[in-house]
Design a protein around this ligand. Structure first.
Ligand code: X2X
Length: 339
């Protein structure tokens, strides 16, 4: 190729550099127009990240390489507290977070985590994909982020300890139990008689390993993915709350995308959420034998005894007052009378 001017030379040099980079890293020589960072707190093996990576590939294909949707699993970009402030500022573009931890920014979002509220998944999805979910997303949208329509699943939470099985609320008395950073989580386990400690998920394994706390609570799929069975001995099937993850988007970042790319991203992510829900429900229903084989000792509990304790200690009455009659009525439309 004959070089006639300095400009031509520089153009040839940059094309040659891009071609060699592409050869080395297997990527197209053309960098994406939009690089989007999605972060979460779950291990790479959890269905959330499996499905998120599939969505990333779908977004790259449907946008013809214009969007590079990057998945940062397992607290790579910081703790939940860090990632929440990053998605609010736009340092990251997307972040999946429990409605209850989001409660530190949007108190009304905690309503979907009221103890023993949803009896089964039919009630959960009717509420979260219905008026209650819409109501919560409306509150979230008053901040610098908004939530995509379809919430991702975490599942029904079970209580594990390294010291003793939990059969009745009285067994929780004085138990140093890790809970996520959320007012309603702390309130509920105080009402049940435990000594809750608010710790980000990024510190849970080490806190259990060093006995800073003796127990925690999570769905079986999350317990398995985070290998918490290595530092816990008992798993009591309390099913004390359903929990999920709102897919939060920074508003300014999303607004910078042309409309066609916004649609591609939202459709791929919402479809991934629906697939992840199926994966997680299947896993939570099937992991007990595997966890038993890893040494976890299981027991069932009398759920009514726990529910009665939340009634008698005024937990339901207190949170009914905090959320207000309107929101509480919107919840009980799906759960039935709670107290
Ligand atoms: O922090 C937890 O326990 C986890 C992983 O379940 C949530 O993100 C709420």
């Amino acid at each position: 190729m004959s070089v006639t001017t300095r400009r031509d030379f520089l153009k040839c040099a940059s094309l040659a550099a891009a071609a060699s980079f592409a050869g080395l890293h297997g990527r197209s020589a053309h960098a994406a127009e939009f690089t989007l960072k999605y972060a979460n707190n779950l291990p790479a093996t959890h269905p959330m990240n499996i499905r998120a990576k599939e969505a990333a590939a779908r977004i790259a294909s449907e946008s013809k390489g214009r969007v590079d949707f990057q998945v940062y699993s397992n607290n790579q970009l910081g703790s939940d507290t860090d990632m929440l402030s990053q998605v609010r500022s736009g340092a990251i573009d997307y972040f999946t977070l429990s409605p209850l931890i989001l409660g530190t920014l949007v108190p009304a979002a905690q309503i979907t985590g009221v103890g023993f509220a949803f009896k089964d998944y039919d009630q959960v999805w009717a509420a979260l994909d219905g008026a209650l979910g819409a109501r919560v997303r409306q509150e979230i949208a008053k901040t610098s982020v908004f939530a995509f329509d379809k919430i991702w699943d975490n599942g029904y939470r079970q209580t594990t300890t390294s010291t003793k099985p939990i059969h009745l609320p009285g067994d929780l008395k004085g138990i140093k139990l890790r809970v996520p950073m959320s007012p309603i989580w702390t309130s509920m386990f105080q009402a049940l008689g435990a000594s809750p400690a608010s710790i980000n998920f990024s510190e849970v394994y080490s806190s259990l390993q060093t006995r800073v706390v003796e127990g925690q609570e999570n769905p079986l799929a999350t317990i398995t993915a985070a290998k918490l069975y290595e530092v816990q001995k008992y798993c009591s099937m309390t099913n004390h709350m359903w929990d999920g993850f709102w897919f939060l988007a920074n508003k300014q970042s999303f607004a910078r995308l042309p409309k066609d790319l916004q649609t591609i991203v939202q459709n791929a992510v919402n479809d991934a959420a629906m697939q992840e829900r199926t994966d997680v429900a299947k896993l939570n229903a099937s992991l007990m034998p595997e966890l038993k084989a890893k040494g976890l000792q299981f027991n069932d509990v009398d759920i009514n005894a726990f529910r009665s304790q939340l009634t008698s200690t005024g937990f339901y009455a207190d949170w009914h007052k905090k959320f207000g009659d309107d929101a509480w009525t919107a919840l009980e439309k799906y759960t039935g009378k709670l107290a």
